[in-house]
Design a protein around this ligand. Structure first.
Ligand code: COA
Length: 120
């Protein structure tokens, strides 16, 4: 399930964020986590299964749209549908707004919204 980021999850959140290609530099990573902690329109959600935090999705809210800025899943848990479930969770939570990708998340976003083509 998706839960809101809290400061006591800082280390695990930074570890997950660091899988984003744009967050490899430690200074950039620290500045990004600070933005999520301080800017009111920047919201970070974590995917928790039991006691384990295994995914992260970060959004920026404007008047009409929700921009998905970051999305990341622990490599040990990839390809089990968690990324897609996090995206769906945000779309359900903010159903009154349009959820859009940022440059950094667009390829996975598009993959999740590919039309299911019936082979028959
Ligand atoms: N662009 C497009 N598709 C991607 C992708 C990417 N960057 N990364 C993984 N996928 C595809 C997988 O190949 C897989 O495809 P398949 O079902 O046809 O085999 C599918 O997404 C898996 O979906 P799902 O299980 O819901 O996603 P996940 O839980 O494995 O998480 C990411 C997907 C992208 C969050 C995860 O791979 C990750 O943390 N990547 C590193 C961080 C990153 O680059 N984030 C930005 C992505 S644009």
């Amino acid at each position: 399930m998706l839960i809101r980021y809290k400061k006591n999850f800082e280390k695990i959140a930074m570890g997950l964020l660091s899988f984003m290609p744009s967050e490899k530099d430690l200074k950039k990573l620290q500045s990004t986590i600070r933005q999520y902690e301080t800017e009111k329109d920047w919201l970070l959600y974590l995917w928790k299964e039991g006691e384990d935090v295994i995914g992260l999705i970060g959004i920026v809210i404007d008047s009409e749209e929700i921009h998905v800025r970051h999305i990341s899943v622990n490599p040990s848990f990839r390809c089990q549908g968690i990324g897609k479930r996090m995206l769906n969770g945000i779309e359900e939570m903010y159903a009154e707004k349009t959820v859009v990708a940022s440059d950094e998340t667009s390829s996975f976003f598009e993959k999740c919204h590919e039309e299911q083509v019936d082979p028959f």
